[in-house]
Design a protein around this ligand. Sequence first.
Ligand code: CAO
Length: 424
Amino acid sequence: MKALEGVKILDFTHVQSGPTCTQLLAWFGADVIKVERPGVGDATRGQLRDIPDVDSLYFTMLNHNKRSITLNTKDETGKEVLERLVKECDILVENFAPGALDRMGFGWDRIQELNPRMIMASVKGFGPGPYEDCKVYENVAQCTGGSASTTGFLDGPPTVTGAQIGDSGTGVHLALGIVTALYQREQTGRGQKVLAAMQDGVLNLCRVKLRDQQRLEHGPLNEYSQAGQGIPFGEATPRAGNDSGGGQPGWIVKCKGWETDPNAYVYFITQAAVWGSVCDVIGKPEWKEDPDYAKPPARLDKIAHIFDTIEAWTKTKTKFEVMDICNPLDIPCGPILSMKELAEEPSLRETGTIVEVDHPERGKYLTVGCPVKLSDSEVEVTRSPLLGEHTVEVLSDVLGYTGESLERIIASGAVGEIKAEAAE
Ligand code: CAO
């Protein structure tokens, strides 16, 4: 059995943040019923398409293990079906623009009236406050949550990161809120509202930067390389380039082949506990006893020189050779892996972190599987649904519409066009 077997989710999510959340819950065994607008569907089905008229990778990679029903929720019969779904499901997940669910007639009061056990979970750009009515996308969240102001180089502009911390990050936060609310419902019998605001999610992931903001009041941040370079700090946590976020100096240094390979780099951390090994490896054994280098405080104003020296050594090795030499000595380092290298990495295939999926219209493609492994709830990644693929199945199996009642729903047009074989 799967951890969330028997849990039914009414999935009103679209784009990235919400679908990330419901995909995780589907992987843990929940029955996720994705409700989409007839003929239109989730906008990402058609975005960034690599093959004409075929669901995009953007969509397929965020909607595995779900069922799709098309339903016009603004139509009278559509509302009737939606009410039945609300009564039948345990959780409603949505990431519409603020107010959209109320305008549809399914605000929290109505949901509670229909099903007091329902957990209603939402992603919004902002929590209550001046921006609560704003529509928000990934980079807006990165900028308003403290990530952009602290990412990039000191002499450059604020920078967004490739990790989708606003969308996928908030989706993961929401999933935790949902299972927590499910657990509480075991005790109380009541549902509740769960809100994950993207600004809050990003700020949570930038916690160490708020830590540094407060440390600034008590003096310069000595582990930032700008301190060693004598560059004064301003009022806010600065951009720290590739400095490590912790107390051990780290930086990205070039490796053999960097002139032609944009990813021939390694992250190298000069952890105090293995300083002696670092000195031996880079050919500076004299630094172990030299009072200018032996202890971390003495090294702070020489960090740039130390990393130049480390780089002179790493440039003679590939990033994997650096790893092979440093790992046995417990020197923390990590090769900069490209997406191509990750896609081809056999160990990630073996653990199910990278999975090949077959899709009836696009053929085989790669996706990121479930990043969290439960020993008693195995994940099998199945393809994303075609638009409305399960409309009849959900109407009949989940909601009990059969015969004439099913024909009435289909004839109303509320569920859009039904493919002949699905209706039979
Ligand atoms: N039947 C009928 N109408 C439907 C429907 C259905 N099955 N599904 C959606 N709709 C309607 C909604 O009710 C809404 O109508 P109104 O505007 O008349 O109330 C309309 O479709 C559009 O919804 P939307 O405003 O959520 O979509 P958008 O493309 O304009 O905005 C986004 C997209 C992401 C900016 C916005 O949804 C948002 O801010 N969401 C919250 C934050 C968020 O999740 N951002 C992350 C986006 S990337 O993951």
